[in-house]
Write a protein that binds this ligand. Structure first.
Ligand code: ZN
Ligand code: ZN
Length: 276
């Protein structure tokens, strides 16, 4: 279709499955020399799972974050926007018999095994060290490569990845969100309000406008744009323009629409004599 934007979609879960399958085949082969390939495939499976996770949070991320390939960095960002991202979650549903009273009959939809940040870091780095040749220092100290240890670690991680992949609850994110149409560019902004936080800063990924969202009662939120009213510097003109925080830049200029004079942001220090 002409003019339509085609989104490039990768099925990261399938990719993770593929790498896990390769890793398991290497492990089943039993050859010590194959272990590094199993480690590599497991790392790729973990990267794919991390990326799969990102899909659930798309819209809460600046595109510059999720378009670069750094699983660990992405996990950090995930944790920042959702403190629950590192934990397994389970969902249960039930019909309320009395309005507002949770029913005792809850049907579990399952538990989602999430690739936790701590586990990811530990396993990801450990597997990375198997991908390099033995260091001179460790070779000199007469240490043999402990293939049994590597195999044990690989098997443990393969099981972990497999559990994450067979989870019945697929990438759910639950949270409180505040929504607003950006007052500058009209693009929708969606921001998660972390529990226990009264205010949070939201940024429009489209135009860079920023807001402070304040949690008010009954699930309502107040959006305060980071704007400033600035008066024309011409003493005989009182026209005001509105400037966003991200537009406040040294040397930035604008023409006053009323007096046609040119204004420039400059750095200035105001000095007054010491009081007597
Ligand atoms: Zn905007
Ligand atoms: Zn003016």
């Amino acid at each position: 279709m002409l003019g339509a934007e085609r989104e490039f979609v990768i099925n990261y879960r399938n990719l993770a499955r593929k790498h896990l399958k390769h890793a398991n085949e290497r492990l089943a082969g039993g050859a010590d020399q194959s272990l590094k390939y199993a480690a590599l495939d497991l790392r790729m499976a973990m990267e794919a799972l991390t990326y799969d996770r990102v899909a659930a949070y798309k819209g809460e991320f600046p595109p510059s974050e999720y378009e670069t390939w750094q699983p660990r960095k992405i996990m950090m960002v995930l944790l920042e926007i959702d403190p629950m991202a590192d934990k397994d979650s389970s969902i249960a549903l039930g019909l309320e018999e009395k309005y507002g009273v949770p029913t005792p009959k809850m049907t579990s939809l399952g538990t989602e095994k999430v690739l936790g940040l701590k586990t990811l870091k530990k396993h990801y780095d450990a597997l990375g060290s198997y991908l390099h040749i033995q260091s001179l220092k460790s070779a000199r100290s007469g240490k043999d490569i402990n293939y049994e240890k590597i195999r044990g670690r690989c098997e443990y991680i393969a099981k972990y990845v497999s559990e994450a992949l067979s989870s019945p609850v697929f990438n759910c994110t639950i949270g409180m969100f505040a929504n607003l149409e950006c007052i500058e560019c009209s693009k929708p902004i969606r921001k998660r309000i972390p529990s226990g936080k009264d205010s949070v800063t939201a940024e429009c990924f489209e135009c860079g406008a920023t807001y402070t969202i304040t949690n008010e009662s009954e699930g309502k939120s107040k959006w305060s744009p980071h704007q400033h009213e600035i008066e024309c510097a011409n003493k005989n003109c009182d026209h005001k323009i509105v400037v966003w925080n991200h537009e406040l830049e040294l040397g930035r200029q604008w023409e006053c629409p009323v007096c046609k004079g040119k204004n420039t942001f400059v750095l200035a220090i105001d000095f007054k004599d010491a009081p007597n």
